[in-house]
Design a protein around this ligand. Structure first.
Ligand code: ADP
Length: 194
């Protein structure tokens, strides 16, 4: 099994690159953002609770997202591996993920960090907000999400760096170029299927 974390700030291109990685390597995609938005749109109790945080650009409580990840892994027992997108976002989530995977006799193999400068990030997110229909893609909420990222999520990179699993990849080139850089790293571990 091969498990990859795609790491990076909001707007760094994790979602787009995940889609490409999924088809190239046949991995199961787990995006906590997508899972949460799905709960919100179905008006589940979890979704109603999560929406309060998401609309303010704040992180949803750890136990909520960890529970979602646990079920999603169990739903895919035959997966070749998983790509975690938008998770873990706190040090506590990272530690919980390690424990969870250890219990399932597997582990994180590689963490790819997409590096994009802040001015570009905000530009991309504001632009996306004009078409995405996402209630959290307004300039005010975007600023809060980036703040939350620096405060709580950036330490996750140090966590994986200490474990020797982190590779930094430039994320400010055109999409195909960024994808090439990512595959260079993944190919050291896993062969493409497509
Ligand atoms: P982006 O990467 O563009 O910020 P996401 O779709 O990953 O967007 O996340 C949107 C929102 O969902 C976040 O601002 C946060 O409120 C919530 N969220 C997503 N993933 C997590 C997570 N792992 N932990 C806590 N909250 C999360």
């Amino acid at each position: 099994m091969f498990n990859l974390v795609l790491f990076g700030p909001p707007g760094s291109g994790k979602g787009t690159q995940s889609e490409n990685i999924v088809t190239t390597y046949n991995l199961q995609h787990i995006s906590t953002g997508d899972l949460l938005r799905d709960e919100v749109s179905r008006h589940t109790p979890l979704g109603t609770e999560a929406k309060k945080y998401m609309d303010q650009g704040m992180l949803v409580p750890d136990e909520v997202v960890i529970g979602m990840i646990d079920s999603k892994i169990d739903e895919n027992p035959d997966a070749r591996g998983f790509i975690f997108d938008g998770f873990p976002r706190t040090r506590n989530q990272a530690e919980s993920l390690d424990k969870l995977l250890e219990f399932k006799n597997t582990s994180i193999n590689l963490v790819l960090s997409l590096e994009v400068n802040e001015t570009d990030l905000i530009k991309r997110l504001v632009l996306r907000g004009q078409t995405s229909g996402r209630s959290d893609d307004t300039e005010e909420v975007i600023t809060k999400r980036i703040k939350e990222y620096h405060l709580k999520t950036q330490p996750v990179a140090d966590y994986y760096e200490t474990q020797g699993k982190l590779e930094r990849v430039a994320g400010d080139n055109p999409i195909p170029e960024t994808f090439k850089l990512l595959t260079k790293n993944i190919n050291k571990y896993l062969l493409p299927v497509a």
